[in-house]
Design a protein. Structure first.
Lengths: 176, 556
């Protein structure tokens, strides 16, 4: 393998490591079902690798990758047509557009969430993180926290609200 | 951009919560879709919420490779661990084995750092917990003669849900019920911290813990160790010098601690046994605790004594209100039979005002045991009033319990809306107290700030509103304190044609009217303006003094 190919592959690794979370977050905003969003991320990642030779170093990788992801979402709409959680094209477009305007703030919120998670008590933190582990569902979260399924749904609702409010508060404090 | 109301934010949050859990019905999805499309603020909220969901996934994946929960810091190593499986697949397809090897090397060289468990395995080590945010762990269900050590610091009111916090009582008794089911009676002077729904720590003073089976494992941290309950009833006393006494009344308790010389100590203490842990952490068996502990039954008895004393104080106040010539209408809701369909007006000096006629409503229990209240549930529930008064300035006062705010208004007293000066006093769907008056130009609404949030629903609260024509001011009060003020525009003489308690027949879109979804157990209309001291007295003397079944609906 030539040095040039090695350099490009190394560049791709670096860029993917830097932006993969944000690319997934972008897809997840358009496709609220987590497993569907993960499927699309897989497909988009393959295409990003395939087409990386066409990416111009120094330009905005995140935007470029999100364009690929956007078209993957569009292409997948047919597949998700029976799903109850997919928005129409017009709404997808307006969400996508607004999301780009918020990127900087979303990054700040991501950092603030880390601090807010620390402020949760052990039981709640364990529960919410279990829920978001790959392949885990509410039942697993209920077991991890010793709650009933119904109780777990209620608790997750409460914890998400708490975290959301905490993040908003942290952001407003930072700005003040 | 329009600003979302609290109610809308709650609705939006519930929609999004259901969305991420794949529980959102089709018609609600359509509602959300339209809302996102039409409202920029909703769209932003949605994006921030979904982004948080992605971030939670990210942080959850970070922790998979490390069981400890003590860190959620982002690091390059963790990013690699999250991405690795996915990227390896892609890399294999496009660049072949060499590239894959490079990734493996990279991930190997940046392996996640070893994380330190701040708690360690030492039971006597001080717990290094992160400060906890809004997160209920217990409820204060009884208090007798409580004096807080530092009134400027956190002090809980009866019935308050408690977040992780420290209670410092200079004097008196307080009963705290943890969400997991354990009950603790604190005896002042005491310093007790609530850590989580099944754990507290006693820095000094006495407590008695009653722990049902469901809360087995309830833990109290003491200076040299911790006491872990196995489903029982025990007393703890931490002395000023740092020694601890533990007495077990029933069942078994485990004490785990460490002496200053580093020796780990474990003692299983059974019913009738007692140990003394000296300031150096050595545990010794003793015959009996040096002083008795106050039990929940003792507290209930003392609480009952105080209840009787306070009930007498309320009866005195109630008599004062009844005989005050400025009292136009006064319902104490006391001493009515459960089948009574007449609500007695106790105002002795306003004979022109008649008793109310109860339609539909049921009698129920009021702020304390034995106190009557009327409960309004169905849409036709109401008390019809005859109130011929014409008031230039007035004060409205009510003790009420609102169960839900899911309708556009929760009427307290409303009269027919078209006559000049007619009044409707209510709480709107956003939880704001509203006084509506009919002026020559139409209805004017005087709204307070949000007074009833979800934490106030289902609990007794005192509300009052004064209409001051001279000072041209409307003031709303909640629980004895001035809550918000608005300038009075175009004063009118207040009238009450076809007035009804707990019901409004003129609400838009509500065919047949709307009843308060809740209960009222004291109500008064007074001529003139009560000042804050007078209103606070009504609240202070009348506030409930125990919280029945506090945890009935709170355990998640």
């Amino acid at each position: 393998m030539s040095n040039n190919v090695q350099d490009r592959s190394s560049e791709l690794v670096q860029l993917m490591m830097k932006y993969q979370r944000r690319i997934f977050a972008y897809i997840h905003t358009l496709v609220p079902s987590r497993s569907d969003a993960e499927d699309i991320l897989q497909e988009a990642s393959l295409t990003i690798c395939e087409k990386f030779s066409g990416f111009e170093t120094g330009t905005n990788f995140y935007s470029w990758a999100c364009q690929i992801a956007y078209w993957k979402v569009r292409a997948a709409r047919k597949k998700f047509a029976t799903s109850k959680v997919v928005f129409n094209q017009e709404v997808l477009d307006v969400i996508s557009e607004t999301r780009f305007e918020l990127e900087e703030e979303l990054d700040t919120r991501h950092g603030a969430l880390s601090r807010c998670l620390k402020k949760l008590n052990d039981r709640d933190r364990r529960m919410v993180l279990t829920r978001y582990e790959s392949g885990k569902n509410v039942t697993a979260a209920a077991q991890a926290s010793g709650r009933t399924i119904q109780g777990a749904y209620k608790a997750l609702n409460r914890i998400r609200k708490t975290l959301f409010d905490c993040v908003s508060f942290e952001i407003s404090t930072e700005r003040a | 951009m329009t600003s979302l109301s609290d109610k809308e934010i709650l609705e939006l949050h519930d929609l999004l919560d259901a969305l991420v859990e794949n529980n959102l019905p089709k018609h609600k999805l359509v509602r959300l879709e339209n809302w996102i499309s039409d409202n920029e603020e909703v769209r932003q909220y949605y994006i921030e919420f979904m982004d948080m969901s992605s971030s939670l996934r990210h942080y959850a994946e970070e922790l998979i490779s490390d069981d400890t929960e003590d860190t959620v810091e982002e690091s390059p190593a963790n990013i690699v661990s999250f991405w690795k499986p996915l990227f390896a697949i892609a890399a294999l397809v496009v660049f072949g084995i060499f590239f894959n090897q490079e990734i493996q090397n990279f991930s190997f060289s940046t392996d996640a750092p070893k994380l330190v468990n701040s708690k360690g395995d030492d039971p006597a080590a001080p717990l290094e917990r992160a400060p906890v945010i809004v997160d209920t762990v217990a409820v204060l269900t009884k208090s007798v003669g409580v004096r807080w050590e530092d009134p400027t610091q956190f002090r809980a009111d009866l019935g308050d849900t408690l977040e992780p916090s420290t209670l410092k009582l200079a004097n008196g008794l307080a009963q705290v019920e943890f969400l997991q089911g354990a009950t603790v009676v604190l005896e002042g002077p005491v310093e007790f911290s609530l850590e989580n729904p099944n754990e507290g720590s006693l820095a000094r003073g006495k407590l008695r813990a009653i722990v049902p089976q469901v809360a087995t494992g309830f833990t109290v941290v003491v200076p040299k160790g911790r006491v872990i309950d196995l489903g029982t009833d025990f007393g703890l006393h931490v002395h000023a010098g740092g020694s601890t006494e533990l007495f077990v009344y029933q069942g078994n308790v485990i004490y785990e601690g460490q002496t200053d010389s580093g020796e780990n100590i474990t003692r299983e203490v059974s019913g009738g046994e007692s140990i003394f842990i000296d300031p150096y952490g050595n545990a010794n068996w003793v015959e009996m605790p040096s002083e008795p502990f106050i039990s929940a039954a003792d507290l209930a008895f003392r609480s009952m004594e105080e209840s009787q004393r306070r009930h007498s104080a309320w009866v005195d106040l109630s008599n004062d209100i009844s005989s005050d010539p400025k009292t136009v209408l006064y319902f104490s809701f006391d001493n009515h039979s459960p089948w009574s369909r007449i609500l007695r007006n106790e105002s002795v000096s306003n004979s022109s005002v008649q008793n109310g006629a109860i339609v539909g409503c049921n009698w129920s229990e009021g702020r304390w045991s034995g106190k009557g209240a009327l409960s309004f549930k169905r849409k036709n529930d109401r008390v019809r009033l005859q109130l011929p008064s014409h008031l230039k300035s007035a004060t409205f006062s009510a003790w009420l319990k609102i169960d839900s705010l899911d309708q556009s208004i929760s009427p307290i007293i409303c009269s027919e809306p078209k006559s000049l000066g007619s009044v409707c006093w209510s709480v709107n769907g956003d939880g704001k107290i509203v006084l509506r008056t009919r002026n020559s130009g139409g209805n004017t609404f005087y709204e307070s700030a949000v007074a009833f949030r979800s934490d106030k629903l289902g609990r007794w609260a005192h509300v009052a509103t004064t209409y001051n024509a001279d000072a041209k001011m409307i003031t709303h009060y909640v629980n004895g304190r001035s809550f918000s003020r608005e300038k009075l525009i175009d004063p009118v003489i207040l009238t009450f044609p076809k007035a009804m308690l707990g019901h409004s027949s003129s609400t838009k879109g509500a065919n047949g009217g709307v009843a308060l979804n809740g209960s009222i157990d004291e109500f008064g209309v007074f001529e003139g303006v009560y000042d804050e001291d007078q209103i606070r007295r009504i609240y202070e003397v009348g506030r409930p003094f125990e919280v029945p079944n506090a945890l009935g609906t709170r355990i998640p």
